[in-house]
Design a binder for this molecule. Structure first.
Ligand SMILES: Nc1ncnc2c1ncn2[C@@H]1O[C@H](COP(=O)(O)OP(=O)(O)OP(=O)(O)O)[C@@H](O)[C@H]1O
Length: 758
């Protein structure tokens, strides 16, 4: 066992028994991590594809290639036919519209004429609607064909439904499609029968369709690697111990955007993707276990299940940071689906807050929010809780009037019902006030004094009213725009001084933004009742308060919570049990799943981050990746050495190709590193919130922004005890940092290496 010098005092660092071996090297002490994993290695994969000669003589290969060629040809025809049909519909629609417009004699002379005109218009609309419908069917077909032309299918199953009968062949792909005779060419991966493929059990098995369990005998389970109309290889699995397609997919490495895992969803992942629709599903998964991938597949699955009834605007994905949002935003479009609303916490919260109020820190306990619930239960408004609505210097609604409206509904408790009724009444009063202003001579003069282009923009003509009524109508249009802020303030219950109510109720100086939004929800019922699904990725990074706000805001939605308790990288976030408790309190029962296999990193890197897990948990984590060079550690004895070593490893990484991340613990440290490297390795760029992940190169990125992402190489610039002291938070931060690496990991240490790696 070697010892490396401590650059601060020249003291020796302790040796790391059973962990990383640290050996001196030029400039810094260097070494390789010892690997204990015997996970699936290269040999299994090298047999995956038959060689050229074998392919030529492989009868199955020839049959499958012929089938693929036929299906691909049919898909091309389907796409061509769909385009032609859409063009024909468009031409016909244009013709029909022209004819109908020519024939349509708008006549309101008598009541009979009105009825006839109305009937003509309805008939015209029906024809237009029929065209739209025909087009949307063809558009859907075209979309499916386009998705499939890239890879028509990835698997085939042969199912025997009854003994003695021939087995039925089904090809499974990213979308489902039939030929012109309604014969299924490809079965959608989300269809009930496809479950048999994902269950990875040969022989007698079953699937559920329309609530019925259907028993089948799975005779053949064949996986394909296909590009367009070319079959690259196939693999028949008789026992599902090794998934060759999975190994092939993992060997292909990462790309600048997350890829769908449709063809290789594993059994434990499939349980989450096809999980029954429960109010809350909480999924705990180790780093790289496919939580985000599974989340995307689940969304695609839900769109399929609720086709026509679930719109993407009713699904929300709360993502850890904007870079991550962009990293995942191609997965669903590649599957032929639209993206849900992808928001960070800040993007979710900001529009709910009054202008000028920052999102602030999210650290709020559930207890504190429950105190708000308790206080509001026995509460009554007073005059000071109401604010004048003022716009452009005009007081449009006074606090006294609002208090009177409140008293009118005083028989109701102060809460959402009463506030809604008050809102409606105040909306009416504001409308009446604007109307009375619109009747004033002074307003008409104001409108007449508007620049001409302003009048044209507002009215489509200059202000030249012929009657009083016309003058009032035009003035009202002007006032509605002038006082749009007041109209919006009434709609958003801006007349209620939430801060004042909070101070009164809680006796505190001020509310945090989380408390403010929560109190507003409790008082006014603010929320999104139309959201049907909300997915929170990296759920361990939110406080109880933030989670309770989301649970309350999306009050009718079903939640999917995915996270890794060991990746909680900030203080004040909810523990795994607290997350469950918040959702149990807010939404009732919480169902749970676990994902324990890691797909991202090599066995050596997986072993290393798994060694940071609490005792017991590490034993369960396994890696599926192939082996690659062991992680490298360099302990430097002084700052100068460390700088030189950093420049060297970053430069080497830049030359090696692929994408490297220098993961800094904090934003300030990332900036410092960027400055430090600016002269020596200018290729290394600082990644900001507004950036997308490049396909290759070197990025310097704070850990917070690296959340959920992965890189071919990770460089930890300082794995010293100073950056990672021996405590739980640092342990989780190191685990998260290391697990961003897929194949290569280099750790430098300015001074003694952290004990956590000992
Ligand atoms: N079934 C699978 N087939 C192919 N690749 C997979 C599969 N499951 C996961 N992967 C790959 O493993 C990597 C990690 O997946 P993902 O980012 O979804 O994991 P995660 O659990 O969200 O990670 P973390 O929490 O550490 O950010 C990705 O490159 C993903 O494509």
């Amino acid at each position: 066992m070697q010892q490396a010098a401590d650059w601060e005092g020249g003291r020796g660092t302790p040796a790391h028994e059973g962990g990383l071996e640290v050996a001196p090297a030029e400039g810094c002490a260097q070494g390789k991590a010892r690997v204990s994993s015997d996970a699936v290695a290269g040999d299994g994969f090298s047999r995956f594809a038959p060689s050229g000669d074998e392919l030529a003589t492989d009868a199955v290969f020839a049959v499958e290639q012929a089938h693929l060629t036929e299906v691909h040809g049919k898909l091309q025809k389907i796409a061509r036919d769909a385009v032609a049909a859409m063009e024909a519909v468009a031409a016909q629609a244009a013709e029909d519209k022209k004819n109908m417009a020519d024939e349509l004699a708008v006549n309101f002379a008598t009541w009979d004429d009105v009825l006839e005109t109305h009937a003509d218009i309805v008939a015209m609309n029906n024809i237009i609607e029929a065209h739209d419908m025909a087009n949307s069917v063809q558009a859907e077909r075209l979309r499916a064909a386009e998705v499939l032309l890239r890879e028509p299918y990835f698997a085939k199953i042969e199912l025997q439904f009854k003994q003695g009968q021939p087995a039925k062949e089904l090809y499974i792909g990213s979308a489902g499609i039939s030929d012109e005779n309604y014969r299924r060419l490809v079965v959608d991966w989300r269809s009930p029968v496809a479950e048999v493929y994902y269950n990875q059990v040969m022989g007698p098995t079953s699937y559920v369709a329309d609530g019925r369990t259907i028993s089948v005998d799975l005779k053949v389970r064949r996986q394909f690697d296909i590009r367009g109309d070319r079959l690259l290889s196939y693999f028949d699995s008789d026992v599902a111990i090794e998934d060759k397609l999975l190994l092939a997919s993992l060997a292909r490495g990462r790309s600048a955007h997350m890829q769908a895992i449709t063809a290789t969803i594993q059994k434990e992942q499939n349980r989450v993707v096809r999980h029954e629709d429960v109010p809350v599903l909480q999924v705990a998964g180790v780093a790289g276990s496919g939580k985000t991938s599974v989340l995307m597949q689940r969304i695609a699955y839900l769109f399929y299940q609720h086709r026509g009834a679930l719109d993407p605007t009713q699904v929300f994905l709360i993502s850890p940071n904007p870079v991550f949002g962009r990293y995942i935003d191609r997965v669903l479009p590649d599957l032929g689906e639209r993206n849900p609303e992808i928001l960070t916490w800040a993007q979710f919260l900001a529009p709910l807050l009054p202008t000028g109020r920052g999102v602030g820190e999210g650290e709020v306990s559930y207890e504190r929010l429950r105190a708000i619930d308790a206080a509001v239960a026995g509460f009554e408004f007073d005059r000071g809780d109401f604010r004048d609505i003022v716009s452009a210097g005009v007081r449009l609604l006074g606090g006294d009037a609002i208090e009177k409206v409140s008293a009118k509904f005083g028989h109701l408790p102060a809460g959402p019902h009463r506030v809604t009724l008050m809102g409606e009444e105040l909306d009416g009063r504001l409308g009446a006030r604007l109307k009375s202003l619109a009747a004033l001579e002074s307003t008409h003069d104001e409108v007449a004094d508007l620049p001409l282009e302003e009048q044209l923009r507002l009215f489509g003509e200059t202000f030249d009213p012929q009657t009083d009524e016309e003058a009032r109508t035009l003035a009202l249009t002007y006032l509605k725009e002038k006082h749009a802020d007041a109209i919006e303030a009434v709609r958003a219950m801006g007349w209620l001084d939430v801060d004042r109510v909070g101070r009164r109720l809680l006796g505190s100086d001020g509310l945090t933004s989380v408390e403010w939004v929560y109190l507003k929800m409790v008082l006014t019922g603010m929320g999104n009742p139309d959201a049907k699904y909300v997915m929170i990725d990296e759920v361990q990074d939110y406080s109880e308060g933030q989670l309770a706000v989301m649970a309350r805001y999306f009050r009718r939605a079903h939640f999917l919570l995915l996270g890794d308790p060991n990746q909680a990288i900030a203080e004040g976030t909810a523990s795994w049990d607290e997350i469950r408790a918040v959702f149990e309190a807010e939404r009732g029962q919480v169902s749970e799943c676990r994902l324990m296999t890691s797909y991202r990193s090599t066995p050596a890197i997986t072993d290393l981050f798994a060694s940071l897990l609490p005792a017991g948990e590490a034993m369960e984590v396994s890696s599926v990746q192939r082996e690659a060079p062991a992680p490298v550690v360099a302990v430097c004895s002084d700052e100068e050495e460390w700088r030189a070593a950093l420049a060297r490893v970053v430069d080497e990484a830049a030359r090696a190709g692929g994408l490297t991340a220098v993961v800094a613990p904090w934003k300030s440290e990332a900036r410092r590193l960027a400055k430090l490297l600016a002269d020596t390795v200018p290729a290394a760029v600082l990644l900001g919130e507004g950036d997308s992940l490049p396909a290759e190169g070197v990025v310097i990125v704070p850990l917070k922004l690296a959340k959920g992402l992965e890189f071919d190489r990770v460089i930890i610039p300082d794995a010293s005890a100073r950056t990672f002291p021996a405590n739980d938070l640092a342990r989780r931060r190191l685990y998260t940092t290391i697990s961003r690496a897929t194949r290569h990991l280099t750790m430098l240490s300015a001074g003694p290496l952290t004990e956590l790696l000992g």
